[in-house]
Design a protein around this ligand. Structure first.
Ligand code: C2E
Ligand code: CA
Ligand code: CA
Length: 609
């Protein structure tokens, strides 16, 4: 749009300059005619005088000269503007005309008499006329030359001025284009392209290892968008960007990469990451009306750039790898270092091994009892998996589940565990239905969102003839919050088949108590964090008590996790929490140990053996 306007301006100015030049040329042509005519007047008058003196008068020549002088006068009157030069020429023309009139006035007397004084007077008039006409011709020439020079100077000045204006306009639109191309439109921070250029410049003049590349990603930003709307999300990103910008000194730079992802190039100095975290936290807390300080957090991936010629894109990518790794192990700040590289190598090894591990039955089923606190009786058990393999040894789920959730293998593993659980239930039901208890399986978010999840789950239970009431599905709280509608649909269907649904780790995330009213949940599992020592006992107890009361009012069974002491168990009993689970009763144990300890779930052959 702007470019088009500039082009129009340029064309207009060009037309004007060309018009001016054309006008000057036409004027020059006019001047040439004037000089020519003035020359004829000068010569013609002399010839006329000569003819009169030699007694051969020529009236036609007189008329012709009259006409020429009138023509010169007329063209002078038409002259558009008068300069100093044109005034001089005009005065000369006037003088010539007056002298010519004097000459003409003498002619009749000269023709009648040949008196010597008359002839001499006539001759002197003609000489005076020559003198004046000569001056007129020079004045015309002088004017023409001057005006030609002025026109050329003016044209050159105009062309220079137009070029300068065009250059300025062009440069401005170029800068505007560059600004649009290199700036993120929402936050006005540099985008990745601009960041890569500026960061590379800063690096080049720095010592190796002087800079850190930090990748920042807001956690639960989707929650802000979903709960408060996109405007609130945009506003948050804006204030976050301003914080990062303020944090940067003149030889540092930050960029908005996309969505809620940012990169910042900082000089390595003491406590720089802590200072950045403090600034970011303050920025989040400043959004008081959103009250996000518990929900919105920021993860950081840090890479120390060893080489001043390093590619910025690869530095960003390394910082991002660090961030992802940190996030999967619940760390806020994660460094791209040897430890991380070892971890990635190990994970690659696990990924290559996992299929074989599953077919070789390296994944083992452990059970942890759930105890009815009132009756002190085991009423169910949670199935928890372990991986016992030659290359990796005995691994708890935290050592492999985050990886499997990343690479998708968790779906196979969850169904493997479900199948093993169904086998136990099938055998136990066959041998002794009264010694068979409800078993709960953990289902990852990744598995839950598989298109054929419900179908496969139901088919599995049917294949082993397990009545749905013996199977409980544990889904962690976070899944409910962030994909509430879809999860609700999936779980409602499973529930309609008769399976129980349990919300796992309640209180570890950000679910509201109100949300519970709307969700298809049978069991609420209070996260073990509440019974851990890090929380003040009275506060934890008060929370557990109110959750239990509310869950009961919604007809939910409450299971409290992490029961580690008699005191925990006694407290839960006093507040009428139905079920307890924790090391106080038993750690997760293999099926054989479980059968031996509780005389429950009898099988002929232990699936875990
Ligand atoms: P979770 O579902 O919250 O499982 C309970 C975890 O708490 C278990 O850890 C258990 O050993 C531990 N625990 C039980 N009582 C106590 C206690 O009194 N104190 C303490 N400090 N901890 C206690 P585990 O077996 O390491 O499992 C960790 C997580 O791995 C589970 O957390 C679950 O989310 C996941 N997981 C385990 N098996 C599976 C599986 O088959 N599929 C999926 N998707 N996830 C699984
Ligand atoms: Ca669980
Ligand atoms: Ca749990």
């Amino acid at each position: 749009m702007r470019k088009q306007r500039n082009t129009y301006i340029f064309i207009l100015i060009c037309i004007f300059v060309m018009g001016f030049l054309l006008f000057s040329l036409i004027q020059m042509q006019g001047y040439a005619n004037i000089i020519n005519d003035a020359g004829i007047v000068r010569g013609g008058t002399q010839r006329c005088a000569k003819l009169e003196l030699s007694g051969e008068p020529n009236d036609e020549l007189i008329t012709y000269l009259d006409g020429l002088i009138r023509k010169l006068e007329a063209s002078e009157n038409k002259h558009l503007y008068t300069s100093h030069d044109s005034a001089a020429y005009h005065d000369n023309l006037e003088a010539v005309k007056t002298k010519w009139d004097e000459i003409k006035a003498e002619i009749p007397a000269l023709r009648l008499s040949s008196a010597i004084e008359l002839r001499e007077h006539f001759l002197s008039l003609s000489e005076e006329h020559f003198e004046l006409a000569n001056r007129m011709v020079y004045a015309a020439q002088y004017r023409a030359e001057n005006e030609l020079r002025n026109s050329i100077i003016l044209s050159v000045v105009m062309i220079l001025a137009v070029s300068l204006i065009m250059y300025t306009l062009e440069r401005r639109s170029q800068q505007e284009l560059e600004r649009v191309f290199y700036t993120d439109h929402l936050t006005a921070l540099p985008n990745q392209a601009a960041f890569e250029i500026s960061a590379a410049e800063k690096l080049r003049s720095a010592a190796p290892g002087a800079y850190l590349m930090i990748y920042l990603d807001l956690n639960n930003f989707k929650f802000v968008n979903d709960s408060y709307g996109y405007n609130a999300g945009d506003k948050l990103l804006l204030s976050f960007s301003a914080t990062l910008k303020r944090f940067c000194s003149s030889n540092e730079i930050c960029a908005h990469l996309h969505a809620d992802h940012f990169a910042i190039l900082l000089k390595k100095r003491e406590h720089v990451i802590e200072d950045l975290q403090t600034a970011v936290l303050a920025s989040i807390e400043s959004e008081r009306e959103l009250n996000l300080s518990d929900i919105l957090t920021c993860s950081y991936g840090v890479y120390t750039i060893p080489d001043p010629d390093a590619s910025i894109a690869s530095c960003i990518s390394k910082a991002s790898v660090a961030l992802k790794e940190g996030r999967s192990s619940q760390r806020t700040v994660s460094y791209y270092d040897q430890h991380l590289l070892d971890k990635i190598t190990n994970e690659n090894k696990m990924t290559r091994w996992m299929h074989q591990g599953l077919s070789e039955k390296e994944f083992q089923i452990y059970l942890q009892p759930k105890v009815n606190l009132e009756r002190s009786e085991v009423t169910g058990a949670e199935i928890l998996v372990r991986w016992n393999s030659e290359p990796f040894g005995f691994l708890p789920p935290d050592g492999f589940i985050p990886l499997f959730e990343k690479n998708g293998f968790i779906v196979d593993l969850d169904f493997y565990v479900l199948e093993a659980t169904c086998q136990i239930l099938k055998q136990s039901l066959k041998i002794s239905p009264e010694r068979t208890v409800v078993l709960s399986v953990n289902v990852s978010r990744v598995t839950l969102f598989q298109n054929d999840f419900i179908k496969r789950f139901v088919q599995m239970a049917e294949r082993y003839g397990v009545p749905p009431k013996y199977l409980e599905i544990e889904i962690t709280e976070n899944v409910f919050i962030f994909d509430a509608n879809t999860v609700e649909q999936i779980l409602s269907q499973l529930r309609s088949y008769g399976f129980s649904i349990s919300m796992d780790d309640f209180g570890s995330g950000y679910s509201s108590l109100n949300l519970l009213r709307e969700l298809p949940i049978d069991v609420l599992k209070i996260d073990r964090i509440f019974l851990q020592e890090s929380i003040r006992v009275e506060k934890a107890y008060a929370i557990i008590k109110s959750v239990v009361e509310m869950a009961h009012s919604l007809n939910m069974v409450v299971v409290c996790e992490g029961v580690e002491t008699l005191e925990h168990a006694e407290f839960l009993k006093t507040i009428h929490c139905t079920v307890g689970q924790g090391y106080y009763f038993s750690k997760p144990i293999p099926l054989s140990a479980f059968q031996e300890k509780y005389s429950l779930l009898p099988t002929q052959k232990h699936p875990d053996s």
